[in-house]
Design a protein around this ligand. Structure first.
Ligand code: HEM
Length: 394
C-alpha cells in the first residue's frame, strides 16, 4: 500500500464482513478525496473517489457502462424497458405489490416465533415482483434468488460456488460477475425467449426478445440485459429492506415516529436508502484524461466512485451518522449520481420499500434482533444475509 492509504484497503471484502469501514472513508474524504488505490494482481488498481460533489456525471465523463455502454447506444438500449420502469409504469402494480406484501407478512408473522427476516420477508417481495413483470412462474423464484445471490455475492464463500479472489476464475472472465452461474441464467433466458417466440406476450422479456428480433440487441446483449435486470431488481431492494428493519430496530424513536405518523414513510424511504446504500460503488473506466481535485486521471484508468462514502459526506448531510427519517433535503446517491445510468429501477425500489413498511409497521408491536446479523462478504454489495428476529404483533 502507498503511504497515502496506510492500512486502508477498500478492495478486500474481508474488511466489510463486520460492517462497512466507515472510518476509512471518513479519512479519505478529508485527506485524499481522490486517491490512487493499488490492488492485488491481476487487478491493476483504481482511483478511489469518495466525496459527494465529485460524483458528477458531466464533470467526470468517466462512465462507460447499459451499464457498460455509452450514449447514444446506451439510450437505445435503455429505451427497451424504460417505460415499464417509469413511475407510471410501476405505479400500476401498486395494489398488486401491496397484496403480495400483505401475504408475505401474514406468513412470516403468523406463528409469533423467531424467524430470519431476510429469507422470510426481505427476499420475498422483490423476487415475486420480478417474476410478475417477467411473467415467469412464481415457482421459479427460488432458482432466480439462488442464481442472483451466487452472481452478485461472488466474493462470499457462503453464497458463491466460485469465489472471486480466492479461486481461479479465469475461465469465467467474460461472464457477468465472473460467475459460472451466469450460464444458468443465460440458459433460462433462452428458454424464456423460446416461449415468447412460440406465444406472443406483453412483458419485459418479450420487450427484450422483440429488441433482439429487430437487431437492437445481439445475443450477448440479450443475455446480459436479462441478467442485469434479474440481479439489479432482486438483491438491492432486499438489502434495503433488511437494512431498514435493522436501522429502525436500533433507533426505536424513529420507528415510533413512523408508527405514529405513517404519512412520513415515503420521505423516510429516502433516509432508508441513504443509510442502506446497498450498492457501495461502481467502477468505471475514464474515457479521456481528466483532472479531479488536483489528481491527473488518464484515459483508460479505472475509477471507483464510492456511493457508500458520498452518502456519509458531512458537507452534504449534517450529522451523517444520525439515522433521521425526517432528513430534508436528502440528496443521496444510492441510485447513482444522476445522468444516463441513473438506476432504472429506482421508482420500483422506492415503491416496494414504501409499501412493505406501510404494511409492516402497523403490525409491529415490538421487534427484537436476536442476532447475529450476518453480512455478505463483499466490497461491492452492502448486504445482510441473515437476521434472526422476534416480532410481536399487536
Ligand atoms: C434499492 C435498490 C436499488 C439500488 C440501490 C440500485 C442501485 C443502482 C445503481 C447505483 C446503479 C448505477 C447508477 C449509475 O451508475 O449512475 C443502478 C443501475 C441500474 N439499476 Fe438499480 N438499484 C436498485 C434497484 C433496482 C431495481 C429494482 C431494478 C429493476 C429491475 C434496477 C435496475 C437497474 C438497471 C437496469 C441499471 C442500469 C441502468 C443503466 O445503465 O442505464 N435497479 N442501480
Amino acid at each position: 500500500m502507498i503511504d497515502a492509504l496506510g492500512e486502508i484497503d477498500l478492495a478486500n471484502p474481508d474488511h466489510y464482513v463486520d460492517g462497512v469501514p466507515f472510518e476509512w472513508f471518513d479519512r479519505l474524504r478529508h485527506d485524499h478525496p481522490v486517491v490512487w488505490h493499488p490492488e492485488q494482481p491481476p487487478n491493476g488498481g483504481f482511483w478511489a473517489v469518495t466525496r459527494h460533489d465529485e460524483l458528477d456525471e458531466e464533470q467526470l465523463q468517466i462512465r462507460n457502462s447499459m451499464l457498460e455502454t455509452d450514449p447514444p447506444r446506451h439510450t437505445e438500449m435503455r429505451k427497451i424497458c424504460s417505460k415499464r420502469f417509469s413511475a407510471r409504469g410501476v405505479g400500476v402494480y401498486e395494489d398488486w405489490i401491496r397484496d403480495v406484501a400483505r401475504g408475505v407478512l401474514d406468513r412470516a408473522l403468523a406463528s409469533g416465533e423467531p424467524f430470519d427476516f431476510v429469507s422470510e420477508i426481505s427476499r420475498e417481495l422483490p423476487i415475486r415482483f420480478l417474476c410478475s413483470i417477467f411473467t415467469v412462474p412464481q415457482e421459479d423464484a427460488p432458482d432466480l434468488i439462488e442464481w442472483g445471490d451466487q452472481m452478485i455475492a461472488n466474493q462470499d464463500p457462503d453464497l458463491s460456488a466460485a469465489v472471486v479472489g480466492r479461486e481461479d476464475t479465469e475461465e469465467y472472465r467474460l461472464l457477468p460477475f465472473r460467475s459460472p452461474t451466469a450460464r444458468k441464467v443465460f440458459a433460462y433466458a433462452d428458454r424464456q425467449r423460446d416461449l415468447r417466440l412460440a406465444e406472443p406476450a406483453d412483458d419485459v422479456i418479450a420487450a427484450l426478445v422483440a429488441a433482439q428480433n429487430e437487431g437492437v440487441l445481439n445475443e450477448r446483449e440479450y443475455h446480459n440485459y436479462f441478467a442485469l435486470l434479474l440481479i439489479a431488481g432482486n438483491e438491492t431492494t432486499r438489502h434495503t429492506i433488511s437494512s431498514a428493519m435493522l436501522a429502525l430496530a436500533e433507533h426505536p424513536d424513529q420507528l415510533q415516529l413512523l408508527q405514529d405518523e405513517p404519512d412520513r414513510i415515503p420521505r423516510a424511504v429516502e433516509e432508508i436508502l441513504r443509510w442502506a446504500t446497498p450498492v457501495m460503488h461502481f467502477r468505471r473506466t475514464a474515457t479521456r484524461d481528466v483532472e479531479l481535485r488536483g489528481m491527473q486521471i488518464r484515459a483508460g484508468d479505472k475509477v471507483v466512485t464510492w456511493y457508500i462514502s458520498a452518502n456519509r459526506d458531512e458537507d452534504v448531510f449534517p450529522d451523517p451518522y444520525r439515522f433521521d427519517v425526517t432528513r430534508t433535503p436528502n440528496d443521496h446517491v444510492t441510485f447513482g449520481p444522476g445522468g444516463p445510468h441513473f438506476c432504472l429501477g429506482a421508482h420500483l425500489a422506492r415503491l416496494e420499500t414504501k409499501i412493505l413498511f406501510q404494511e409492516l409497521l402497523p403490525r409491529l408491536r415490538s421487534i427484537e434482533i436476536l442476532g447475529p446479523v450476518e453480512r455478505i462478504r463483499s466490497d461491492f454489495v452492502n448486504g445482510i444475509k441473515r437476521m434472526p428476529v422476534l416480532i410481536q404483533s399487536p
